[in-house]
Design a binder for this molecule. Structure first.
Ligand code: TEU
Length: 543
């Protein structure tokens, strides 16, 4: 496989609006990211992924863009961005931008023009259809609404939206529109950014004729439709191939075979993808299933395309709360998941706050939640007759706001995030869980992440090693090896809350290996039987 810098990278995701506020308006901002670059660099990561900060009415926290060329005032100015980019580059950090090209805001001038009349030159830049029998053109749901169509009385037609009503989908069949998008991509790349995280990129092509779905609840009809690869190959040819960048696309509802088509190095589309077999499709931790997913994706991609590893982001409840243990074993489980993800094949993504073991939240009132997806769903459930309290408790565990609360810097007011009124409530546990405490404790989750990243730099086997799963029949223990150029890395772990023995294959004699890192004090295990404590994880190296 070809060498590319991003294969060896660790990415740190900055949800800027919740990261650090420098002007007291209650929103994090780009200057806040710049101020914290030394902190980010201190973790040892290589790349920063910034969530969208383009001009936007902000109905979906920046994923509804109204001008691709300017910056949302909450985030700052173009100058602020240039300073951030410059500060990052001076520290050897790369910056990738989140880019949303499946849809725009309904306030984007293109859409306003498109909406203005059937004869508008931009009519075809979006997807307009006549209704059927007085209703929507078909029975599809959108990600955020019970229907994917919005009626517009001005022209007596419906427009299509895969997400919120305020996020009309662009019509990728329109070549003029595609050219405008490519031009805009060049604009940012020429500014010197190091790549894109491509939002909802597998949604670009729509099903021909928009046929009714048998089961409208299964929204996989929105994604991975014929034609999507033509657009991505064109995008690569027109834009990506001219730069040495990282492109990572969101590709939901695909098998590894389908996923490979997006990232196969020979096909020249994207560098890597986020598949959602874990984060979207595995609501609670299921190790057996996780192992099976890892194996299938490894078999599907390895040697041909590059995978990504993550267990949370701004859309998914924080990993200790959702998959680990956010009470008694918060620190142990956070470290276990970190060691596991970091040892698996693919780029490792860290979502801000994960490195200090931040947890999800449970706000008491729907008014404390800000997420449009949750709010819409709440309305839908209550509208269908569910009582309000129950609707809230059904939606709380997976609300996207679980991961969007402000970064916890210290134990002062608002966790040191802002001197103003934070746009979303701070997690009440900030007095205990915060960066300052983490940096003062040599045993903290933060330093564990940092060590893992150092190890990746020191031993290429973390990046390039072939993967082999062990202890396959165990459903509460995960062990695997990675092997590369005569070195073998062994990851071994216990997901129980109690002590358990791991019996490794005979040839893996612990006494021959070196413990690189573990989340408990080293003990005296020898031979091939390891006694692992609650949520214990170790990584050994054999050479
Ligand atoms: O998310 C795309 C999307 O909806 C799924 O792939 C995702 O896993 C979702 O959360 C389902 O649970 C992207 C952004 O990450 C998200 O924040 C935006 O709201 C969305 O696109 C629309 O732009």
């Amino acid at each position: 496989m070809e060498f590319r810098w991003w294969k060896e990278s660790v990415v740190y995701q900055v949800y800027w609006r919740s990261f650090y506020d420098t002007d007291g308006d209650g929103y994090g901002d780009l200057r806040g990211v710049t101020e914290k670059l030394d902190y980010i660099m201190g973790l040892g990561v290589d790349v920063i992924w910034l969530n969208p900060f383009y001009a936007s009415p902000d109905k979906d926290n920046g994923y509804d863009i109204s001008d691709y060329y300017s910056i949302m005032p909450k985030a700052g100015t173009m100058r602020d961005f240039e300073e951030l980019l410059d500060g990052a580059h001076r520290r050897g950090l790369k910056v990738i931008m989140d880019l949303v090209v499946n849809h725009t805001s309904d306030q984007h001038p293109w859409f306003l023009e498109s909406r203005s009349g059937k004869e508008s030159p931009k009519r075809d830049w979006y997807i307009w259809r006549d209704g059927v029998e007085g209703g929507a053109p078909n029975n599809w749901r959108s990600y955020f609404c019970p229907t994917a169509w919005e009626y517009d009385s001005a022209t007596d037609q419906f427009y299509f939206h895969s997400f919120a009503v305020e996020q009309p989908d662009l019509n990728w069949q329109n070549e003029e529109m595609r050219k405008e998008i490519y031009k805009m991509m060049h604009y940012w790349l020429k500014k010197g950014i190091d790549g894109f995280r491509l939002d909802a990129i597998a949604l670009l092509a729509k099903q021909e004729g928009f046929p009714n779905a048998k089961n409208p609840e299964d929204i996989s009809y929105l994604t991975n439709n014929p034609g999507v690869h033509d657009y991505l190959q064109e995008m690569n040819r027109e834009v990506f191939s001219h730069y040495d960048i990282l492109t990572v696309g969101e590709v939901a509802f695909v098998s590894p075979q389908e996923g490979l088509l997006y990232v196969d190095e020979k096909r020249k589309e994207l560098n890597t993808l986020f598949h959602f077999e874990v984060c979207d499709e595995m609501p609670i931790w299921d190790l057996k299933r996780f192992k099976e997913i890892q194996k299938r994706w490894y078999d599907g991609l390895w040697g041909r395309g590059w995978n990504s590893q993550f267990l949370n982001n701004h859309d998914h409840t924080r990993l200790v709360t959702r998959y680990g243990n956010d009470a008694e074993y918060r620190v142990e489980s956070a470290k276990l998941f970190a060691a596991m993800l970091h040892s698996l094949p693919g780029i490792h993504y860290i979502y801000q706050g994960e490195e200090i073991g931040m947890t999800g939240v449970r706000f008491e009132s729907i008014d404390d939640y800000k997420d449009i997806a949750m709010k819409n769903k709440y309305q839908e459930l209550v509208g269908a007759g569910m009582n309000a309290e129950q609707a809230l408790s059904v939606l709380q565990p997976l609300s996207r706001d679980n991961s969007r609360t402000p970064m916890q810097w210290n134990s002062s007011m608002n966790a040191g995030f802002t001197t103003g009124q934070p746009w979303i409530r701070v997690n009440p546990n900030y007095k205990e869980i915060n960066v300052k405490n983490a940096l003062n404790d040599s045993n903290s989750i933060f330093y564990f992440y940092r060590k893992l990243i150092e190890l990746r730099k020191a031993y290429k086997v973390f990046v390039y090693g072939d993967y082999q799963s062990l202890l396959e029949s165990e459903d509460q223990m995960y062990a695997f090896t990675r092997t590369y150029e005569g070195k073998t890395l062994l990851f071994v772990s216990n997901f129980r809350k109690s002590v358990h023995n791991a019996v490794l294959p005979r040839e893996l004699n612990i006494s021959d290996g070196r413990l690189l890192i573990g989340n408990y004090e080293r003990d005296g295990d020898e031979g091939n039987t390891l006694q692992l404590k609650a949520f214990e994880a170790r990584i050994y190296l054999f050479m």
